[in-house]
Design a protein around this ligand. Sequence first.
Ligand SMILES: CC(C)(COP(=O)(O)OP(=O)(O)OC[C@H]1O[C@@H](n2cnc3c(N)ncnc32)[C@H](O)[C@@H]1OP(=O)(O)O)[C@@H](O)C(=O)NCCC(=O)NCCS
Length: 169
Amino acid sequence: MDVHVRDAVEADLPAVLEIYNQSIPGGWSTADTAPVTVAERVEWFRKFDPKRRPLWVAEVDGRIVGWIGLTSFYGGRPAYDATAEVSTYIAKDFQKKGLGGKLKRLMIAQCPRLGVTTMLSMYFDHNPATHRLNTALGFEKVGHLTEIATINGRKYGLIIAALRIPPSE
Ligand SMILES: CC(C)(COP(=O)(O)OP(=O)(O)OC[C@H]1O[C@@H](n2cnc3c(N)ncnc32)[C@H](O)[C@@H]1OP(=O)(O)O)[C@@H](O)C(=O)NCCC(=O)NCCS
């Protein structure tokens, strides 16, 4: 599969959100319970910064089929500058083809340039794909907030996993 990864531009936002919205009905990826709109997410998009907190899209044959982004932790308080939360979403028909792993590996490799020494991944404790992928990449479970989310009337927990990345020399 020939995958082209590039920084997202605002015109990509509908495609980015279409992929995100695909994951909502499953109830195991995000705490959003209804589809989000471009208008609701423009501000979110504008906080990304290719130099520190990138949002990348992955294209196959010119179609956006996945994305990965880093967001600041805890509202971006300065003491957490070197910590970022990662989010990865792959279009349903492109899942389980190694794309999520590829994007995460690429992002981890860029962390020294981005000034990120701790990458956090927060995911529901019933999300096996993310758990499997993170474990393979060396993330360590550092927290488990049990029964913190209610989806379709059921309680679920949130795992917090961290990957330490040595800073650049
Ligand atoms: C989680 C996600 C990003 C993984 O990306 P992907 O491209 O499908 O994953 P990969 O093909 O790189 O596979 C990574 C590992 O996860 C496993 N995996 C993928 N989907 C799985 C599933 N539905 N159930 C169990 N394991 C799964 C793969 O087998 C692989 O493990 P292995 O290398 O030991 O075989 C993708 O499934 C996705 O977008 N899911 C919906 C959104 C989501 O949950 N995002 C994370 C929010 S915190």
